[in-house]
Ligand binder design. Structure first.
Ligand SMILES: *Cc1c(COP(=O)(O)O)cnc(C)c1O
Length: 358
């Protein structure tokens, strides 16, 4: 282990091989005529915005899709020149900066189109827009009957280029009988649901959008090991101690040592993104074995039980999410234990933790 890693108490390792192979899988499923927009919002689903974007562009992703001008600025400052598309609403006050970064905008309202057109004209720089069409989520998007008017408004501005039309299907993750399909799920299952640019998010990180998508993929003859999870979240043992039978563990004394118990203190808590609902419910991997969380998750610490791992010692690596030895803590396992989805588990790992491409 390098000196660099030795300095961290908690960090996220991102596998270049996994990201590269996931990009290749989607590229080959999409075929030569469809460009792949890698969705890197939410700090690349926790994988590190700049780090993951670089790897995925090197692996053949054509575009990046983000949620804000701030993310775009970070990417541009890191030297990323690939086309970037915003999926989210960009405030009117940020449009000039957006044009400056050559950010393509998803638009669904007239105010944005007119303001953007005026700004682009003043800057004499083209602004490319994609109109979002409503297809059932009733999130962003214009309804069919408003589409033509918005497109005509865009056409009146000489520096506005209507580059794309996008859809977002509402009901794909939770069903196995599909009428419509979208995104990762669509790219995997339904080649006829996208035009010439596909926005793919979670699948590129090696995670499945849902159990139902996995089932549909299996039925379609797609191997489940086609996608390789890229993220491992690590920390290291900060203290080992033995507590006697009868002692309570953690804030609120919610856990009780029913025997003499060896505890390892790990320097991560809910601030770092380790959900407090994992109190007495989660587990870490140390020396390839399971060490259950004892007591409440604190802001910056947890205690795990290493009674059955006698070799555990100070600064041992502990895995909170990902593989260690033969065992694996998947994002789905953690999500299942706290009543959420894999997306939320990875996206909420604190962006301040170092991301290291390995
Ligand atoms: C997040 C997002 C995606 C990616 O979704 P996944 O399920 O992660 O593939 C695509 N399009 C839009 C508009 C999004 O907001």
């Amino acid at each position: 282990m390098s000196m660099e890693f030795d300095r961290y108490t908690s960090w996220v390792e991102v596998s270049r091989r996994a990201l590269t192979s996931n990009v290749a899988r989607f590229k080959s499923r999409l075929g030569p005529d469809v460009r792949l927009a890698a969705v890197v919002k939410s700090n690349a689903y926790g994988h590190g915005l700049v780090e993951a974007s670089r790897v995925m562009l090197e692996a053949g992703a054509d575009w990046l899709a983000v949620n804000s001008v701030e993310e775009t600025a970070l990417l541009r400052h890191a030297g990323v020149q690939a086309p970037i598309l915003s999926l989210a609403y960009i405030p009117l006050a940020c449009l000039e900066e957006a044009v400056g970064h050559d950010l393509r905008l998803t638009v669904s309202n007239r105010e944005t189109v007119d303001r953007l057109g005026a700004i682009a004209g003043r800057m004499k720089r083209p602004a490319r827009v994609h109109i979002k069409v409503e297809t059932g989520t009733n999130r962003q998007g214009v309804r069919g009957e408003e589409l033509l008017a918005l497109a005509q408004a865009a056409a009146r501005h000489p520096y506005l280029m209507l580059e794309g039309l996008s859809t977002h299907y509402a009901n794909i993750e939770d069903v196995t009988e599909h009428q419509f399909a979208e995104l990762t799920a669509a790219a995997l299952l339904f080649p006829n649901t996208f035009f010439n640019l596909a926005r793919v998010g979670i699948g590129l990180y090696g995670l499945w959008p849902s159990k139902e998508t996995r089932i549909s993929a299996l039925q379609a003859g797609i191997a489940l090991n086609d996608l390789e999870p890229a993220l491992t979240w690590k920390t290291r043992v900060a203290q080992i101690k033995t507590v006697p039978a009868g002692a309570t563990i953690g804030y609120g004394c919610t856990d009780l040592a029913t025997q003499d118990t060896r505890l390892a203190v790990l320097p991560v808590g809910y601030y770092e993104g380790y959900d407090r609902k994992l109190s007495s419910v989660g587990y870490a991997l140390i020396r390839g074995r399971r060490a259950p969380v004892r007591g409440r998750v604190c802001m910056n610490m947890i205690m795990v039980d290493v009674t059955s791992i006698p070799a555990a010692k100070l600064e041992d690596e502990a895995v909170l999410l990902g593989r260690q030895g033969e065992d694996l803590i998947s994002a789905e396992t953690l999500a299942g234990r706290i009543g959420t989805i894999n997306y939320e588990v990875v996206a909420r790992i604190n962006p301040l933790l170092p991301r290291i491409v390995v």
